[in-house]
Ligand binder design. Sequence first.
Ligand SMILES: Nc1ncnc2c1ncn2[C@@H]1O[C@H](COP(=O)(O)OP(=O)(O)OP(=O)(O)O)[C@@H](O)[C@H]1O
Length: 263
Amino acid sequence: MSAPELEIKGVSRVFPGRKGGAPIEALSPTDLTLAKNDFVTILGPSGCGKSTLLRIVAGLDKPTTGEVLLEGKAIKGPGADRGMVFQSYTLFPWLTIRENVGFGLREKGVRDKQVREAVDLYLDRVGLSAFADHWPKQLSGGMQQRTAIARALANDPKILLLDEPFGALDNQTRGLMQELLLGIWEREKKTVIFVTHDIEESVFMASRVVTMSARPGRISSITPVDFPHPRDYHLKADPEFARLRMKLTEEIRAEVVAAASRG
Ligand SMILES: Nc1ncnc2c1ncn2[C@@H]1O[C@H](COP(=O)(O)OP(=O)(O)OP(=O)(O)O)[C@@H](O)[C@H]1O
C-alpha cells in the first residue's frame, strides 16, 4: 500500500450531557486509514456519528481522544487542504456562481488571472460554464450542489469531504450527480470521504464502503468494491452489485433493528 494520505487514529467524541444528563458518546475510538485516491463511503443509521467523524476530519470539531493526520501532519483546525460539501446548499447568496467558485482562491490571495482560469476549468467540469454570472437562487438544487463541488475542487484540496451532498436531490438528478462526481474523481484522483444514507449510492461511488453502528458510533464493517472505472449507471443492474447492495442492506437493517430495541 502507498503511504497513507489520511490516518484517523483512536478518534472518539463524547458530548457533554444536556441539563446535567449523561454524556453522549457519539463516536467510540475509531481507526481508519485512507490511501491517496481512495474513495471511501460511510454508511450507517441516523445518529451513528458519521457527521461527527467528518467534522473532526474537517477540523470543525475536536476529538475527545485520538488524532487525525493528513500526510503525516496532525489536523488542528479547518484548512484549504480539505474541501467540504454539505447536504444543504451553502453558496453565498450575495455572490455570483463564478464568485462563489473563486471565493477560496481569492481569500488565499491568488492572482486574478489564476482565479479566473481555475473557475473556468471547474465550472466546465461541472457543466455550468453558461451560468457563471447567475446568482445561486436562479439555479436548481442540483446546479447549486455542482457549484459547491466546483468551489471545493477549485482550491485543489488533498481530500474532499462530502456529507450527504445529494441527499436533498430527486432520484434522477442524484443519479446524474453521482456519475458527474465519479467522472471528476476518475480524472483528478482526489482522496474522498463521502457520507450517505443511500446503500446503492454507497456501493456505486466507493472503492470501500465503511458501515457504522450507533450508540456509541463505531465502524462495524469495511467492504471493498472492486468494480472497474469508469463506472456508469448500468453497473447498478450488475448481479455482483445487487449482491453487495443486499449484503449492506442486511447489515444496516440489523443495526437499525438493534438500535430500535435499545430504545
Ligand atoms: N453538538 C452536539 N451536542 C450533543 N450531542 C451531539 C452533538 N452533535 C451530535 N451529537 C449526537 O451525537 C450522535 C451522532 O451524531 P451525528 O450527527 O454524528 O450522527 P450521523 O450519523 O451523522 O446522523 P445523521 O445520519 O442523522 O446525520 C447523535 O446521537 C447526536 O445527537
